[in-house]
Write a protein that binds this ligand. Sequence first.
Ligand SMILES: C[S@@+](CC[C@H](N)C(=O)[O-])C[C@H]1O[C@@H](n2cnc3c(N)ncnc32)[C@H](O)[C@@H]1O
Length: 181
Amino acid sequence: MLEREAARLSEIQPDHHVLEVGFGPGLGIEAACQYVKGGQGKIYGVDFSEEMVTMATKLVRQDVNDRKVKLILGDVADLSFFESNKFDRVFHCNTYYFWPDLDKAVRELHRVMKTDAIMVTTMNYERSIRMRDIGLFRYGDIDQRRYMNALEACGFRDVSLEKTKNKESGAAYDVMYAKKV
Ligand SMILES: C[S@@+](CC[C@H](N)C(=O)[O-])C[C@H]1O[C@@H](n2cnc3c(N)ncnc32)[C@H](O)[C@@H]1O
């Protein structure tokens, strides 16, 4: 699962404040939560689908009740409900393609991240290309260079792309890193 891989690669520490954008059914949120158990850390999620917020809330109900997780219905391009310099880690999976205003979204993510915070993005690029080529990907733009250029233009540094494999399943996927300096 790419969401779990994104959480794992984020190297979340028990006291971290973490944001997942576009959490969908909530598997990444659930995974991230395991890393802050026993610490002061907290996992936040933002997704602009009411259905996804409902679904993910069911998945992590206990952690929501325990106030370890807060899921918010919202758009990544307007994170005004968060103060600046809040998050130690941000991660997202299979979602930047759908952000209507990539530059605005990236600026908001940069604003809410602390200095030295890391953002991790996972995706199955080859599969997405195949889906696009057979017409299953009519909305969204998966172009990795476009995303990485937007990050660099916004001020992120150490923007990188790696091809890697899931240790358990052996499935190949891409991971992108960016650091706020
Ligand atoms: C393809 S799904 C991926 C879900 C999950 N991350 C996964 O990999 O299974 C994209 C998710 O991003 C959310 N999303 C798309 N655009 C968004 C935006 N502008 N702000 C917040 N969430 C967004 C969608 O509602 C959806 O849950």
